[in-house]
Design a protein around this ligand. Sequence first.
Ligand code: ADP
Ligand code: MG
Length: 235
Amino acid sequence: TERLLQKSEKLALLGQMAAGIAHEIRNPLTSIRGFIQLFKANQQKDEYFDIVLSELDRINSIVGEFLVLAKPSAAVYTERDIKVLINDVVILIGTQTILNNIEISLEFDNDLPMVSCEENQLKQVFLNLFKNAIEAMPHGGNIDVKVRKKREGQISIRISDEGVGIPNERITTLGEPFYTTKEKGTGLGLMTCYKIIESHQGILNIQSKINEGTTIEIILPSISQTLLKIDPIQV
Ligand code: ADP
Ligand code: MG
């Protein structure tokens, strides 16, 4: 019965997410349709084209977030050096940090053990978390990354920002899809992070203080502790 329950729960979640995606994509589609009608009536303004482009970008980012979750069979786990992986992501968001006046400081323990991971998925997690940290500091600030050997067989990765923070009562609901406080947010970033970390048999914790900042801690099993078989992500 436990298996059945799990399956029906998964189906319920799937239905809920499908409804959410349909809704989230229908809004920008309706708006794009309206503007195309205006174009047809020869009402063409530069700003209209800009809106159409940003609505298309929005659809693209919603679909993009789900692609990460929708490819369980493509997941390939390999041994990776977490330091190299995080440095890659920091380079990837280099222009965004410069443009937003953000400084990232990195601290790694020596002799960190390797991590068994789906490299692109883990990169997606750090990318989402860095993006949130940047967006939480509209006037710029520091992001602190500390990677420690927690105890035998575990690695702790803490990403701290000095941003707007999250109200306490909100923190528990943050893994839910489509919760966003941003005008252009998808509300899918953290849900994706939770799913990916869970499938890596890790833990994601959020601590936050309003107007002081937020710390996300990810605890991952290191290579010696990883079970031989890791379940792919299942929605
Ligand atoms: P999005 O970034 O598209 O809004 P996320 O799932 O990444 O979606 O985040 C959901 C919400 O959680 C954000 O809209 C924001 O309110 C809050 N949040 C996430 N990370 C942070 C952070 N580092 N600082 C403050 N608020 C955050
Ligand atoms: Mg986000």
